[in-house]
Structures are given as C-alpha cells and as structure tokens.
Design a protein around this ligand. Structure first.
Ligand code: PLP
Length: 398
C-alpha cells in the first residue's frame, strides 16, 4: 500500500515539474520568470485587486470582531448570498441551510467532494486535459481516474468517446466548465449528454464552475440547471476568479441536501471552517448588480484579444477561448514539438513564462498535447502588450 503523498504525487501529473517533491510546475515556472525578469503568464492570478469596497468590508469585519471560527458550514449571510446568486443568474433554488456549504476555495470543495463520493473500486471520469488537483484527489481517494480527451481546436468532447468512457464503475463525473486549461465552454447539448450518461450509469456529477462569470459569448449554463441534473449534481465555485481575490480562498459547494451533507462530513475534517472576515466581504460581492459581472467579462475579453493577437503575430496557432483567463496556443508552426522543453527556455529566450498543457494530462494525453502552451491573460493591458512584443521575437530567438 502506498502512502497518501505517493498516491497524490502520482495522480497529479508531475511530468512537467523538475521532480522536487511538493514543487509544482507553476512554482517552477514562476521561479524561472523571477530569475530572468520574465512576464509571468504561467500562474493564473490577476495582477490587480478586486473591488475596493470588498477589501474595505473584509477590513471592517476584522476590526469589528469577525475573527473567530466561522460556523463549519459558513456564515449564514454568505450561504444566503450564494443561494440568491444561483437563483438570480440561473434560476436554481437552494436552501441556504441545507444545500450550501462554504469551503476554503474551490480546491477544498473539490477535495471534499471527491473524497466523499468516490473510493477504491470506483472510477472518476474527467475531461483531459484536467485541472491538476483532480488527478491528485482522485488518487488520494484511492479511486481510478478515467478520462475523455478534448481535441483541438474546439476542445469539445466527441460524443462517441464520451459514451465509451462511461462504465458500470463510473461513480463520479468531474466536470470543469468553463474549462481550464483550454478555455473551452461546453454547450448545452454536451452538458445534456453528460447528464443523460450520468443518469444511465447512476453517477454523480461534480461540476467545478469557478470561471462561471468569465465567459465571452453566451451566458454560462450550469449543469445543475438542466432537466434531470439537479438531484445528482454537486456544484462548486469560488470568489477567487470572479472578484480577483484568489488569495482569499473562499469557495462554496451546493446541491441536494444528501450529497452536500456527505461532502460536508469530509470538509469539516479538512479545514473545519474558512476565513470569517473574507466570508463577510464575499457575501457583499455576490450581491453586486448584474452589470458588475458583465463588466468583468468585458474587460477580460479585451485582454484576451490583445494576447491572442500577440501569439498569432509570434507565429503560434491560437485557440481563442470562450471563457476563463487562459489561452492555449500550438507551437508546432514554429517547428516545436516539445512545449515542456520550450516552456523552460521561454523566460530566458524572450522574457515570457507559460505552462505546457501536457502537465494537465496523463501520459497518453500528454503526447497529444505535447506542442501546446497555456498563457494567462488576467494581467494589465500594457503588460499584455509588452508580452506580445517580446513574443514577436520568438521565431528569431529559437
Ligand atoms: C478549474 C479550477 N478549479 C479550481 C481552482 C481553484 O480555486 P480556488 O482558488 O477557489 O481554490 C482553479 C484555480 O486556478 C481552477 O482553475
């Protein structure tokens, strides 16, 4: 029997990392970016804070004594705000007392959901590439990780491959929509297909929707809002991306009472409860008018376009994302077939850092995505212009 850390390390793809335990590729690339004075488009966090009013709310919560453990389930005001948000944007009715739990970021929600709902002998199905914590948590739970490939350029699942990936042992489908790292948004038809297959196999859907408000086309469609989905779906989201406060680590889990209770049973022994003053501030933010959320997406769309144009001008094939703050680009037009190796040289070559997409895959998927890089565009526009002009020198620098 292997120890938990060994299973976790094996489940997350550490292929791209330099092999030091506990050091992710993101930290490795950040280290290279710092060493070479490169613009860090590797790690996905914004270089600007979210609303000043929310910061002020956190500050006054601290000053007025919100400094002890919050209830394990989260402060009532935030649970109510989450329920109101789901009703306002998606028409999903939730009981804030029984069907909502606050977590330490979406990361803890994912951990608690996978540990609660899957175990040895079960298969957990994800799309590949997958967010790295999925592989780690599935392995930690002792379950088997199965995948459906997302193919360039649209990164949508092929219906036949999706159907074939389900087996009688599929207990959980771990969905991420909008999708990191590809920026793909799954359409209603794909989501309906996933719901139908989950129902046929009596599997639970865990859906990570942290980029729900960072979409550039149609409004986000949560899988839980589709017919037949609600009773088998646990939805996870967080404040980090929507409000540009990734360091606050406030997330939430919602769904039918029985599933949420199982997840809460695990969550209470992971962190018990999460940052009290930040919960107060996030409750305020979730109540902002629709225009606030639309403006955040509009600002980000303009940034996406700056970086997409820069990457195209640098000679890469760009897959324009429909959501998230990541762009995937293919380096093969420049004669590159080893993006992980290029990613390690990029900070020194042109002064920009990116992440190879293959680190979000198992071995087979890593081969398929070997020439792809992921760039984050949640940065100030002048910095993105500067990154674009540096990247313009890539072909010559190679
Ligand atoms: C798909 C996805 N899920 C979850 C997270 C983590 O969210 P949080 O910071 O709220 O834990 C991220 C952060 O990059 C992400 O990209």
């Amino acid at each position: 029997m292997t120890s938990a850390w060994q299973r976790t390390a094996a489940g997350a793809n550490l292929l791209g990392s330099d092999g030091r335990l506990g050091v992710t590729i993101f930290e490795e690339m950040t280290g290279l970016a710092v060493r070479h004075g490169a613009i860090n488009l590797g790690q996905g966090f914004p270089d600007e804070d979210g609303p000043a009013e929310m910061m002020e709310a956190a500050r006054s919560a601290i000053l007025s004594g919100a400094n002890q453990y919050a209830p394990g389930q989260g402060i009532p005001r935030l649970r109510e705000a989450v329920a109101e948000h789901q009703a306002r944007f998606y028409g999903i009715a939730l009981d804030p007392w029984r069907e909502v739990v606050i977590s330490t970021g979406a990361t803890e929600g994912i951990a608690a959901a996978v540990l609660a709902l899957a175990g040895p002998g079960d298969e957990v199905l994800t799309f590949e590439p997958f967010y790295d914590s999925y592989g780690a948590m599935i392995a930690l739970a002792g379950a088997e990780h199965t995948t459906v490939p997302l193919h360039a350029p649209a990164f949508q699942p092929d219906p036949a491959e999706l159907e074939a990936a389900f087996t009688p042992r599929t207990r959980l489908v771990l969905l991420n929509n909008p999708h990191n790292p590809t920026g793909a948004v799954f359409g209603r038809e794909t989501l309906e297909r996933i719901v139908a297959l989950a129902a046929r196999h009596d599997a639970v859907i865990v859906t990570d929707e942290v980029y729900e408000h960072l979409v550039f086309g149609d409004r986000h469609v949560p899988v839980a809002s589709l017919p037949g989905a609600r009773e088998r779906t646990v939805t996870i989201s967080s404040a980090g991306k929507t409000f540009s406060f990734t360091g606050w680590k406030v997330g939430w889990i919602s769904g039918p009472e029985e599933l949420v209770a199982r997840v809460r049973t695990i969550k209470q022994f992971l962190t018990y409860s999460s940052g009290t003053p930040f919960q107060e501030a996030v409750a305020l933010g979730l109540g902002y008018p629709d225009e606030f959320f639309a403006a955040a997406a509009d600002t980000l769309r303009a940034k996406r376009d700056i970086l997409a144009e820069g990457l195209r001008a640098a000679g890469l094939d760009v897959f324009v994302p429909e959501g998230t703050y990541f762009i995937t680009a293919d380096t093969s037009p420049l004669g590159i077939d080893d993006a992980p190796a290029l990613a390690r040289r990029l900070p020194e070559l042109v002064g920009v850092a990116a992440i190879p997409v293959s680190v979000f895959c198992h071995l087979g998927g890593a081969e398929r995505t070997r020439s792809l890089l992921r760039f984050a565009f949640c940065k100030k526009a002048p910095l993105l212009h500067e990154a674009a002009s540096r990247l313009a020198g890539l072909a010559d620098a190679l």
